[in-house]
Design a protein around this ligand. Structure first.
Ligand SMILES: NC(=O)c1ccc[n+]([C@@H]2O[C@H](COP(=O)([O-])OP(=O)(O)OC[C@H]3O[C@@H](n4cnc5c(N)ncnc54)[C@H](O)[C@@H]3O)[C@@H](O)[C@H]2O)c1
Length: 433
């Protein structure tokens, strides 16, 4: 690791794996990116990018350190360390879907070798590394290799290290986000710490993979529960005629014991709406109910429905109904200034509006078109923002910073603002929700 001779393989060239590959490449490591998506492999090898905030020039720069992508798992054998960053979604019963992880481990297992480091980064329930990944690696390699456990043993070195990226957050450099690492053996923890220590400013070693897995879940559950809290209190504040955002701004002046979370139209992204349920599921094995998670999930999931009720009320004030109204949804991404719409509340809001007979259009600079995803089939094209007066309501679902909110309010008949994006703009056309 110190001499940068170690070859790093990263499986899953998505929002997590690709930036990680670039961090290693920046530090002159020779990185190979593995992905089953041949289109991504070809794009990367041609020096292109498919993630907005990663420029083709970044990929081309990484090529100079030897970065290349492949779908050929036999190259795993050439790697000194393999980091797995594949998706961990929920299935249709809202239960963990580990199929991407198990599919990856099954593909990696035949090529592992003694002393090779295998790190899982995908967010998952405590126990996944030791109960799922380790047995699969041991059963799937043809040489009968064992995974090293405890302080002394040798074998394949396995660890878990959660990803802590916050897409769109420009305030903390990736390098400055401490990296938590838990190994199945002392050697695995040491090697993983050395590897991450070469690209991150600080490595936090914990005693086991389960502690590292649970750390990630605690972080995300903390966010999920606190967002639910402000989402619920916002609804109360609206009834009481109090501006929740003003309350939060005042509360956050307290120099200790308070961290600001903001209400919105509902949770989105690959993490916060999903990860907590990995723990609820695992908790059942221990005859335990994670009530905070369930309650937060209930409050947050209901938020898009609350937005619909507010749109309906605002139209009603103007003697209109949702049915037959032209409604423009501003912003599809699940949060500001990113090109990710996984689990975005905008998708639910559009489907609910359409279900009630609205004629819905959307604008999002990050999504010229939107087709079909795991949970939606919209088949829409982003409309230009040139004739806002034609819409009965413009609903701000994502507060992208590229929008000129003053101009939007001026040109629209009615603006329903779910993000406090119009803060400071006084107009009877604005309805906050
Ligand atoms: N996106 C985030 O901000 C974020 C933050 C923290 C943690 N995470 C976690 O990181 C993990 C990865 O998330 P992501 O956002 O990068 O997902 P993603 O969907 O952007 O990327 C996953 C990639 O893995 C590839 N893949 C799937 N199965 C594969 C296989 N068997 N072999 C090789 N490649 C395969 C897919 O083609 C895709 O390119 C998840 O567990 C997620 O919860 C994500």
């Amino acid at each position: 690791m110190e001499t940068r001779e170690a070859r790093i393989g990263i499986v899953g060239m998505g929002y997590v794996g690709l930036p990680l590959a670039l961090l290693f490449s920046d530090e002159r490591f020779r990185v190979t990116g593995f992905d089953v998506d041949q289109k991504k492999v070809s794009t990367l090898n041609a020096g292109g990018s498919y993630i907005v905030r990663i420029l083709p020039a970044d990929i081309q720069e990484a090529h100079k350190s030897g970065f290349q992508a492949t779908a050929d798992y036999s190259q795993i054998g050439l790697m000194d360390a393999v980091i797995i960053c594949v998706p961990t979604p929920l299935d249709e019963h809202h239960e963990p879907d580990l199929s991407y992880v198990t599919g990856t481990v099954a593909s990696v297992a035949p090529f592992v070798h003694e002393g090779q480091l295998i790190v899982l980064e995908s967010t998952t329930y405590p126990g996944t590394t030791e109960e799922v990944v380790v047995p699969m690696l041991e059963a799937g390699n043809p040489h009968g290799l064992k995974v090293a456990r405890g302080p002394e043993e040798s074998g394949v070195l396995v660890a878990f290290s959660p990803e802590r990226e916050d897409p769109g957050n420009e305030t903390v450099a990736r390098h400055d986000i401490p990296k938590v690492v838990g190994g199945c053996s002392t050697a695995a923890a040491e090697l993983a710490s050395a590897m991450y220590g070469s690209i991150f400013g600080r490595v936090v070693r914990v005693s086991s993979p389960s502690v590292a897995e649970m750390t990630k879940l605690l972080e995300n559950i903390y966010r999920c529960v606190n967002i639910a809290l402000v989402n619920e209190l916002k609804q109360l504040c609206m009834r009481m005629g109090i501006d929740m955002h003003e309350v939060i701004d005042a509360a956050k002046t307290k120099p200790f014991g308070f961290q600001a979370f903001y209400p919105g139209p509902g949770l989105g992204g690959h993490c916060i709406p999903i990860d907590p349920f990995y723990l609820s599921w695992k908790a059942r094995e221990f005859d335990f109910r994670t009530r905070f998670i369930e309650l937060a999930g209930e409050v947050n999931t209901q938020m898009p429905y609350f937005v619909i009720s507010q749109i309906s009320a605002a139209l009603n004030e103007r003697s209109k109904s949702i049915k037959g109204s032209k409604i423009l949804v501003l912003g599809l991404a699940y949060k500001r200034d990113i090109d990710d719409l996984r689990e975005s509340p905008s998708l639910t809001i559009i489907e609910l509006l359409r279900g009630k007979g609205a004629i819905v259009a959307y604008n999002d600079p990050y999504f010229p078109t939107v087709g079909r995803g795991r949970h939606y089939d919209l088949n829409m094209t982003s409309v230009p923002l040139d004739d806002l007066a034609q819409y009965d309501a413009v609903v701000i679902v994502t507060d992208h910073s590229a929008y000129d909110y003053r101009a939007i309010v001026e040109q629209s008949q009615l603006v329903v603002d779910t993000r406090n994006a119009t803060k400071g703009i006084e107009s009877p056309k604005i309805v906050h929700c």
